[in-house]
Design a protein around this ligand. Structure first.
Ligand code: F6P
Length: 407
């Protein structure tokens, strides 16, 4: 079955190193299964409302363009953090959007994003009940946070995990040079769930002792415990690396980064998380009198396409393609997802699930993947995460630097 008419694709929320591979997957399958044009909304649904769109076939002309797109970090189409209102009949935002769908003969809407973006897909498909169109609304997952439910893992997580584990190894090496008590605290993204911070534990191996503590938001942050453990572990002038999630909270629910100063919020009302490592480093320096250093990986961890995981890039492309296939088969109000068939050999397939069961929910790291002390992961997490960082997609180098596609 073919999609009769045009389709539109958008990218939303925080970018990843693999979100453009998903865009490439939607685009390539769109060329196979859609009879019309493939529009890209510039700046997510906000751009769509302003009819800010491109005809993607005019931009991605050759196989080489698609290969470069897969190797280009950040969101090629731009992004937004825009919350649609409640889908009440007659609402002007939805009326405008459905007018635009009609004007551009849109038959398929593909939105690549995380839990907030799935909220957009959910609301648009709910509003479609009033409009009764044959447009297919599909969510396509992405987030370095790995916190979407129903999918085994999220596209974008594997590449960010590979970067995080790599720099953790490198920082452990660096921390060992002086005979001196010191603590390096590495702050890793992940608002509600500690999956990406947990991935720093993948650094541990024959050639690396790994992080001394891996602190996740799933476990309330207990400063007194961290302080006494650091004191114990730095005995004999030892240096440590501790990895910590930006989202760690004290037992009364206060973000650790807010212990330093008040933070602002974004369009979804989320607290802007930054400064967790710096806050802890300052507290430990003051209380223990040891050298501390804070490293905030910040946006580096989600745009490091030079060390992307090949498994992640291939799966990201596959979910994009699966979303288009599902729409062509008549599915709507769904999100494409990854279903693990086995760990060894690692096999993952694509599937779909109802977006209503996904939007706005966050999947946390289960207790069984966290050790008893609550300061590191268990082997179960390692078994889960290890295959996701396998393989490399080598950049196409030009003048000594990775080459990216320009819009
Ligand atoms: O949504 C993914 C994410 O990268 C989170 O891990 C992080 O907290 C957030 O986005 C940061 O968003 P922004 O770049 O909009 O500040």
């Amino acid at each position: 079955m073919k999609i009769k008419g045009n389709i539109v694709i958008g990218q939303s929320g925080g970018p990843t190193a693999a979100i453009n591979a998903t865009l490439a997957g939607v685009f390539c399958e769109g060329k196979n299964l859609c009879e019309g044009k493939i529009f890209g909304m510039l700046g997510g649904v906000e751009g769509l409302l302003a009819e800010n769109m491109i005809d993607m076939k005019e931009y991605l002309k050759t196989d080489n363009d698609v290969e470069l797109l897969k190797r280009t970090p950040s969101s090629y189409l731009g992004s937004c953090r825009f919350k649609l209102p409640q889908p009440v009949e007659g609402n002007e935002v939805y009326e405008k959007l459905f007018e635009i769908f009609e004007k551009y003969d849109i038959k398929g809407f593909f939105y690549i994003g995380g839990n907030d973006s799935m909220d957009t897909v959910k609301k648009l498909s709910a509003y479609n009940k009033f409009k009764n169109t044959d447009i297919k609304f599909m969510g396509v997952p992405k987030t370095i946070d790995n916190d979407l439910v129903k999918t085994d893992h999220t596209p974008g997580f594997g590449s960010a995990a590979k970067f995080v584990a790599t720099v953790t190894k490198e920082l452990v090496r660096d921390s060992l040079v002086y005979d001196l008590k010191s603590v390096t605290i590495v702050e890793i993204m992940g608002r509600d769930a500690g999956w990406l911070t947990a991935a720093s534990a993948l650094a541990k191996g024959d050639d690396c002792e790994g992080a001394a503590m891996v602190l996740l938001p799933e476990v309330p942050f207990d400063y007194e415990y961290v302080k006494s453990r650091v004191k114990e572990l730095t005995e004999g002038d030892k240096s440590l690396v501790i990895t910590v999630s930006e989202g760690v909270r004290t037992k009364d629910g206060k973000y650790v980064c807010e212990l330093g100063s008040e933070k602002g919020t974004d369009a979804f009302g989320h607290t802007m998380l930054t400064g967790t490592a710096a806050t802890i480093a300052a507290m430990l320096k003051k209380d223990l009198g040891i050298k501390t250093r804070a490293v905030e990986l910040s946006t580096l961890q989600r745009c490091a396409s030079h060390i992307a995981s090949l498994t992640d890039i291939n799966e990201s492309f596959a979910v994009g393609s699966a979303a288009v296939k599902a729409a062509a088969q008549g599915q709507s109000g769904k999100m494409a997802l990854l279903k693990r068939v086995s760990d060894n050999p690692y096999i993952c397939e694509t599937d779909t699930a109802d977006v209503n069961e996904i939007a706005n929910l966050a999947k946390e790291v289960p207790r069984s993947m966290i050790n008893e002390r609550g300061d590191n992961v268990t082997e179960e997490f390692i078994t889960y995460a290890r295959p996701l960082i396998e393989g490399e997609l080598v950049p196409i180098f030009e003048n000594g630097l990775p080459s990216h596609i320009k819009r």
